[in-house]
Ligand binder design. Structure first.
Ligand code: NAD
Length: 441
């Protein structure tokens, strides 16, 4: 292709429109961080003397915004906006995923990093909270473009990440291959192989067995524990799932294996329904081939907004944040919502669900299985000694059950929601560490 025809080729819509406001200046994008601040305000009355440190939780420790320029396959240069936010490192290095999505904003990454601080403290792994992202629709990039984007982003944030500083992992639209490129780029820049700089790596590069399934397995584990507390028989339960990727797909599979009927699944491409229960392994195969549940032959297509009112016992939102809001919270018929996604329920919706007696298992505990096995991966990388999958799953289940039951008791004791109870436990741990360390200088 000549240079002229390259220049004339349309640049992918993945690049933000020229002249568009950077997202951190756009007031309509302040949402997720505002939601997080409200959650901290709700918990402050329960923090006793530690509440004098609460401002620590309302300010990310470090926020890095980077320009990520790459050459596209058509010869043009596109610039993308990337972020890495370290919300808190009082209890250990930053830890949290990297998201590639066209709607990523600084506010969102700040909130996700804060929720990582809470989550890591809730399951008591020795990490602070961090998160990263690039504002890009990766589906519009070729594999080569995606690799160049990942490598340049990793180089740009390389000044603040590291095995003892901040350890990224996969999140929406990033996977083991992206982690392999991140690990390689960081290692090349450092001059030595540093497997512990990211988790969620392929097994052959120091990844952990069980990591891919860990978040979904954690969702399932806390779901079963909560079901026991409210007298719900999982083997008879009707389940609906939004988001059928790493988290939603695995959670649906484990619930189906336990006998639950998965009656509706929604993803970015549409919603499928089957009263008798969808065949989850077949649906997973369909998604592996077509990248969406839409078009699945053994189910009926229903309108996307019908999804929320499907009769069910358990709803698992496992896609993006803000999906359960004041417009649909009143229609939800589930007894229990297990938040596989981060921040899927707005505070107004949370109140509506609570008033209606729907039990919400909050993200900050429900999806903590992923980071728990990421912690195992990091430990295995440091010791260069790898555990078998049974051991990993057994340790994961033990940690998730113990953390969930402590949260359940705290909720009963203070007569608060499970979300506030999780925040009480986590914020107490973080602020206690803050107090013990003191201020420097
Ligand atoms: P993924 O990319 O594997 O899957 C995302 C799913 O959401 C896909 O099925 C996609 O089609 C669907 N989706 C996207 N936009 C949608 C929309 N507008 N409506 C309906 N469905 C939509 O991502 P994942 O790793 O499964 O992550 C899902 C959520 O879980 C995210 O909130 C993520 O932060 C959270 N989470 C992931 C992990 C992990 O280990 N992967 C850990 C903790 C939390």
């Amino acid at each position: 292709m000549s240079q002229a025809s390259r220049a004339a080729a349309p640049s992918p819509a993945a690049a933000p429109a020229p002249g568009a406001l950077p997202s951190y200046l756009d007031p309509s994008h302040l949402g997720p961080w505002g939601i997080y601040l409200q959650q901290v305000d709700r918990v402050t009355p329960y923090l006793g003397n530690l509440s004098r440190w609460v401002e620590t939780l309302k300010r990310p420790k470090r926020s890095l915004i980077v320009d990520v320029p790459i050459e596209l396959d058509n010869g043009t240069v596109a610039h993308f906006e990337g972020y890495r936010v370290q919300h808190n490192t009082s209890r250990g290095p930053g830890k949290g995923g990297v998201r590639f999505h066209q709607d990523v904003t600084l506010s969102e990454v700040m909130a996700l990093s804060a929720w990582m601080s809470i989550k890591n403290a809730a399951v008591n792994v020795p990490y602070g909270g961090a998160k990263g992202g690039i504002r890009v629709d990766p589906r519009l990039l070729s594999r080569g473009e995606l690799e160049r984007l990942t490598r340049r982003y990793t180089s740009e944030i390389g000044i603040i990440i590291g095995p003892n500083k901040d350890i990224p992992a996969p999140d929406v639209n990033t996977d083991g291959q992206v982690m392999a490129w991140m690990m390689d780029t960081y290692s090349m820049n450092q001059g030595s192989t540093a497997t512990g700089v990211v988790t969620g790596k392929p097994i052959d590069l120091g990844g952990s067995l069980g990591r891919v399934e860990a978040t979904g397995r954690g969702v399932f584990t806390v779901g079963v524990e909560a079901a026991r507390h409210i007298g719900l028989d999982v083997s008879q339960a009707r389940l609906i799932v939004q988001g059928f990727g790493n988290v939603g797909g695995v959670a649906a599979k484990l619930f189906a294996e336990a006998g639950a009927r998965v009656v509706a699944v929604q993803d970015h491409g549409g919603t499928v329904y089957r009263e008798a229960g969808l065949n989850v392994p077949e649906l997973l195969k369909h998604v592996a081939e077509h990248r969406t549940v839409a078009g699945f032959a053994d189910g009926e297509k229903i309108a996307d907004d019908q999804f929320w009112q499907v009769d069910c016992d358990i709803l698992i939102p496992a896609a993006l944040e803000g999906q359960i809001n004041k417009t649909n919270a009143g229609k939800i018929r589930a007894r229990m919502v297990i938040e596989g996604a981060n921040g899927p329920t707005t505070p107004e919706a949370d109140d509506i669900l609570q008033e209606r007696g729907v039990l919400v298992l909050p993200d900050v505990i429900a999806n903590a299985g992923g980071v728990t096995v990421s912690y195992f991966e990091w430990v295995q990388d440091f010791s260069s000694f790898f555990w078998d999958e049974d051991e990993i799953n057994a340790r994961l289940v033990r940690i998730m059950k113990a953390a969930f039951n402590a949260i359940w008791l705290t909720a009963q004791e203070h007569k608060v929601s499970l979300r506030t109870a999780t925040f009480i436990i986590a914020c107490t741990r973080i602020l206690h560490a803050r107090e013990l360390r003191g201020l420097y200088p």
